[in-house]
Design a protein around this ligand. Structure first.
Ligand code: PRP
Length: 182
């Protein structure tokens, strides 16, 4: 068993520990397995934050799924939520079931754009599985079919979420002290 890394000093507390995350991811994987037996399921993640969730979720699904990746240049505040795709899918998804695997849905602007972008690829269906939902900050309404945890409006780090590109590999999710963001 690996040792849990210490909490960085700019964090307040661990909000979701490894065991809690693992157990919820297992439940989400079981739900997706149950709902899509016999379907051509593609798990699509938006780089980079969703990588750890995708890795664990895909192994909690006992169907033969494939993985694909989108990259986007995030919206700029004041741009009206315009997101630009910088890496398209590698595989055709026509007629397939796409499950978009996101680490966090915050304003919903990224996901809203990604969903329209993916629908243009003519899949049979597009659904969302998000580990973290922060509804307090929502601007664009998006439907989340599989939701891990509803969170308050804290700045979070770990399990894929970064601070200035770092700390994504913390195995837990922690809240960052507000004063550390100033
Ligand atoms: C995060 C996350 C979502 C997006 C959600 O990505 O992975 O894609 O923000 O925010 P929204 O609901 O306000 O649009 P981020 O832009 O931090 O990039 P990263 O995944 O590379 O960390």
């Amino acid at each position: 068993m690996s040792r849990t890394p210490p909490l960085p000093d700019f964090c307040d507390s661990i909000l979701l520990d490894e065991t809690t995350i693992r157990s919820r991811v297992a439940e989400l994987g079981a739900e997706i397995t149950r709902d899509f037996a016999g379907k051509d399921v593609r798990l699509v993640t938006v780089l980079r934050g969703g990588l750890y969730f995708l890795s664990d979720l895909s192994r909690a699904i006992t169907l033969d799924v494939s993985l694909d990746f989108l990259a986007v240049a995030p919206y700029v505040h004041g741009s009206g939520g315009t997101v630009r795709v910088t890496k398209d899918l590698d595989d055709s998804v026509r007629g397939a079931v796409i499950v978009v695997v996101e680490d966090v849905v915050d304003t919903g602007l990224t996901l809203n754009y990604v969903l329209s972008f993916l629908k243009a690829h003519e899949p049979e269906q597009v659904l969302v599985c998000a580990l973290l939902d922060k509804p307090a900050r929502r601007i664009a309404p998006v439907k989340i079919t599989y939701r891990g945890f509803e969170m308050q409006d804290d700045f979070l780090v770990g399990y894929g979420l970064d601070v200035a590109g770092r700390y994504r590999n913390l195995p837990y999710l922690a809240s960052v002290r507000p004063e550390a963001l100033l």
